[in-house]
Design a protein around this ligand. Sequence first.
Ligand code: NAP
Length: 314
Amino acid sequence: MEGVGVLMTCPMSSYLETELDKRFRLLRLWEASSSKEQFLGENSNSIRAVVGNTTIGADSELIDSLPRLEIVSTYSVGLDKIDLAKCQERGIRVTNTPDVLTDDVADVAIGLALTTLRKISASDRFVRSGSWKNRDFQLTSKFSGKSIGIVGLGRIGTAIAKRAEAFGCSISYHSRTEKPQSNYRYCSNIIDLAANAQVLIVACSLTEETHHIINRQVIDALGPEGVLINIGRGHHVDEPELVAALLEGRLGGVGLDVFENEPEVPGQLLELDNVVLLPHVGSDSVETSQAMADLVIRNLESYFCNNPLFTPVV
Ligand code: NAP
């Protein structure tokens, strides 16, 4: 497979890069000395696979520029950066990295909820600034026993629910379809879910239907004591509405791992102590990033050996 051209769209994991380099003719789009267009033009006839991620996937423009593309193996479970319809139309196979990252992302969701409610980051800043010498830290809000609303009871949503159950939380969820095998309360309407939750956690996939699924109505239903956690994608939340709700005291707090325009974060959020901000690190443990990379490679190897894909999407 050494002659097979594989295009990596941006830097992701150095382990993945090294292992791909050992097996394929790896082309790094970000290292192109010429313009991206010129680089793709020069190499388009040899590129048979694309490895993308949540920053740069395989959009219509990239796919159109690669006439010999056969497979997109994304280093992510989310498929929102891939033009799936175009892949289907062209018969291009698509694989992702489900399951191996579920625990990590669920851990981060619970960590964000705890950090936001118990103000763990803010109290750390309090100690570091020397303020403890002058006064005690403020009281915070309990996480155990709270009512949790989960948007998207898929692999990650279910793993979050299991963890929250261990904290004595009651669980409700909203998704397209009811999950009768779970014992959690189903809400067909997201506004009802938000109105009855103290903590609302977004864990659904990003599609046209879930773009801005967290809008002003949902935020207002969650209310001034409510906390929003987003480990899905930035575009699930109408960010200007979120900022306005926090500034006007219409929302209690927020914990975000993802943003609409990463790595940009709305400046107003940086000033607020009821806000916890993470740089999209949901699945970024050493163990999980290696497992994701291994899955990307196994899918590519299988494909080019004419064997079944491990995690096919299309
Ligand atoms: P999954 O198992 O496919 O679950 C997706 C869930 O989204 C399902 O419950 C699905 O409901 C729900 N959903 C889809 N469309 C919906 C709609 N229109 N309204 C309401 N719910 C809808 O995926 P997963 O493995 O749990 O991953 C979920 C997402 O997490 C990914 O797509 C990705 O965006 C995000 N993620 C983030 C990070 C991070 O680093 N922060 C890491 C990994 C993943 P149905 O079952 O009813 O279809």
